[in-house]
Ligand binder design. Sequence first.
Ligand SMILES: Nc1ncnc2c1ncn2[C@@H]1O[C@H](COP(=O)(O)OP(=O)(O)OP(=O)(O)O)[C@@H](O)[C@H]1O
Ligand SMILES: [Mg+2]
Length: 259
Amino acid sequence: MSKRIEVNDLNVYYSDFLAVEGVNINIEPRTVTAFIGPSGCGKSTFLRTLNRMHEVIPGAHVQGEVLIDGNDLYAPGVDPVLVRRQVGMVFQRANPFPTMSIRDNVLAGVRLNNKRLSKSDGDDLVEKSLKGANLWEEVKDRLSLPGSGLSGGQQQRLCIARAIAVSPDVLLMDEPCSALDPISTLAIEDLIEELKQEYTIVIVTHNMQQASRVSDKTAFFNIAGTGKPGKLIEFDETTTIFSNPTVQATEDYVSGRFG
Ligand SMILES: Nc1ncnc2c1ncn2[C@@H]1O[C@H](COP(=O)(O)OP(=O)(O)OP(=O)(O)O)[C@@H](O)[C@H]1O
Ligand SMILES: [Mg+2]
């Protein structure tokens, strides 16, 4: 399940604007990696290159390699739809399909992938995914009610259930807790801790406490000024990044002197 991500000399563009330059990073299976850095430095942009979501924006493209267990996502002939099944994504705002039932929300990704499911296989997958997202007990008696009837934290866990229902190898999360209260945030953080047994997880966060609580490794991105490309400045064990970083800009950022 869980897979290794290797990025080699990646440049990320919006048309001719170079948004992120020269990223090299290796992310190990069964780890949680946090991306931190000031607004506009390209965290979301870079994250979306890891499952080929970047290129859905007209003019957006990349140079370089992103290898998942050695296979380049950008090699000719690779189907981006298959890549997105392998590398799932959870967004900042929980985005369940509002009129769809909780059950159908969980199965939405699986159905998009054209998998035909019997009723009982569907039931099993719904239960397994909701248990995996730590939501089952709260919703098992109302699976046929709309997803929009859940609290924000529950909706975010529903989106995580939808993402894991397709059995990805990697889970990307872009500020998954930024719209949540502290209790729901801790619930998601506990869940991330459990999910890392099975998935390679990358999470973008502006919350330094969160990065230090949930991640094994932290990548600090920075930008030299408006119009300049964002860069990966330092990548190391989270404890090192927060206690003894090598680069002064990292130290300034994590200690709150900047950004
Ligand atoms: N769809 C787009 N078209 C053109 N430029 C974009 C697009 N999305 C982002 N950018 C630009 O790319 C750069 C990086 O943006 P990005 O959203 O990746 O930053 P970020 O680090 O995620 O910021 P934040 O912390 O505010 O979410 C910025 O200069 C931004 O204006
Ligand atoms: Mg962002």
